[in-house]
Design a protein. Structure first.
Lengths: 205, 205, 205, 205
């Protein structure tokens, strides 16, 4: 399975991993030295050496596509990572569905207040759509907790930058949940690279 | 004046134009040919020739910094332009102010519904902040019409890509207002380049 | 066959086209509108529409890896295209082989002069290597016509930028040969996108 | 003085530092928190904190333009750094001057061999130019040690990536000389940032 449920209504799917293989990294690295792959321990040692020395360009040749559903305020942070390609569901053209993220572990009263504010916003949204407002203007009343969806094509080097930043202690908890799920799925696809990455991450802490 | 008011509470300011000069483009282009600037008609002809032929790299050497205040749903589109640098006011750390964008030219009833939905959301926000929620979670109830602020450092080539896309007919009206204001301010700073750009834009239509 | 011989000793190979499919473009475009692929004429129409309107981000989700062998002076231009990933054979670590590009269609005398100059350079190179110079310094005598090799991972949007620039009339003839071969190989992998691209290119001329 | 001589015939000049100031970094960072600059010790502490925590985006708002003259094999490495803008003297259009880099500290015999190989190449080049070859083809005989020139517009974040990589032990000695000169010139322009960078660099070793 290449999908993980995240938060109350979200998910992350590793949709296309055809070019996300440790072998792609080795291929790119070995051309520098005109050396041959052994598809075994020497390749693994090469990957670890690249990672430790910060020689990251070979990791750019491993590429994958993800499908993500997450709250809009998480997507806002996510799409700031520029070395990647995104296409997102557009609320200029699509009508928003009444589905939003509700943080867990809150009191009943707090949940009431949170949901009441949002339900009121969706009522206003529906009314304005009925009145003929273009969705791109009516969305102005919608909350930042609505779910959005996007496809994300990213290479392993850029993925690791995102992981490093979003797994860090200071990162927003909701975003961390996506990073942890992505790390798990990515480890299945590129086990040698992912292990070397986790080791390096540990060395920094 | 290097500021333009945009929409009901927004603005765009050309905050630093020290490196935003036609001369920077000429400097970069002339090194290719090892030729000299004449600070006059031959330089202007060179800029027009670069623009028409789509030889855009010299325009990357003219750089400027903007300060923008705009609705969050406009910022979401804006920050997708990747060949630029952004730092934005963070609602993870700052408490949001009760200020939002209201589209003009609507009926009284529609305005009531729009504003009522948003006021309800801000009430919920205030309550959750008082209850001790971290701002980064409480913002989930806030609407996409709240204003945000960011600084934007961009080179002239990337600025023109943004202008072209955001001045186009299909662009969201609210975003166009910023693009038109930016074009006006930028024309003061780089008149030869801006004129050549507008001519080219016209040729495409 | 996914390889084309180019110039006297070069080639270009489409080494990995697993993510280079028209379907990847459609996948990314359809998420905006939450619409479904029909794997047929409507998908093809969508691709043509994206191309004509200059809405290029969906093309970034089609990615491919090439293996290129070309003269160093061609590689110098090629690697200037920044929206892509490269790893190149390194003459800091590898010993250069005595193989270089010789332009065709020249007189016998001219060919003599050209080759004599280069042979002299290789003699000096061999001597300096024997004397214990590090390859990274000895390469200073080598000519720009030596062949180099690199792997190039690039998305379809960035590939088209390269094609457009390198197929243009003003482009260096040697570089054009690679662009023509690449266009041919790419057309096999992504026929709908490639056709739409060629139509658009024609419309500009 | 903002120029440093490097190697036997090269130089590096900090040509435009109008936007290369510590204050630009502070400006960008403070918008996140909506806090005010004190142009003093608190700003300096902020810069050091950003550097240590790896929060690098504010450094992108400090931008500078360099003019570089260096051997072609150094330029080949330099222009691989993609987060920057380059325009280079073109040997497609300009006739190359007989000037090249000669490594110091070699024996007389070695120098003879090196220079003889290169002089022979320049003789062939001159002959082919006289015979009417286009410079873009004739340059095929020229050695990688010829000097080239380029203008380089780069932000402080990207400059630091380059410095880190090119000041490292494994970097080619010739490239290091440029990095050391650049660090010195940059320290004059952005003393607080440069000091924080050097401290961090030291912490990694």
């Amino acid at each position: 399975m290449t999908t993980r449920q995240v938060l109350d209504h979200g998910f992350i799917t590793l949709e296309d991993a055809a070019m996300a293989q440790d072998a792609n990294v080795v291929r790119a690295a070995r051309i520098c030295y005109q050396s041959e792959s052994d598809q075994g321990t020497r390749d693994a040692a090469l990957i670890r050496r690249l990672m430790r020395s910060g020689h990251m360009t070979p990791f750019e040749h491993a590429v994958m596509r993800w499908h993500v559903k997450c709250p809009l305020f998480v997507a806002r942070q996510w799409l700031r990572h520029r070395m990647a390609s995104y296409n997102e569901k557009s609320l200029r053209y699509c009508i928003a569905e009444p589905e939003w993220y509700m943080p867990a572990g809150k009191t009943f009263i707090q949940q009431m207040a949170y949901n009441a504010g949002i339900r009121q916003a969706f009522k206003a949204y529906d009314l304005l759509i009925c009145e003929g407002w273009p969705p791109e203007q009516a969305r102005g009343v919608l909350p930042m907790s609505v779910y959005t969806e996007f496809v994300w094509t990213v290479n392993a080097s850029s993925l690791m930058n995102w992981l490093k930043q979003r797994l860090a202690k200071g990162a927003q908890w909701e975003h961390q949940q996506y990073a942890e799920a992505a790390l798990e799925l990515w480890t299945d696809a590129m086990p040698v690279t992912a292990l070397a990455f986790v080791e390096k991450l540990g060395a920094y802490e």
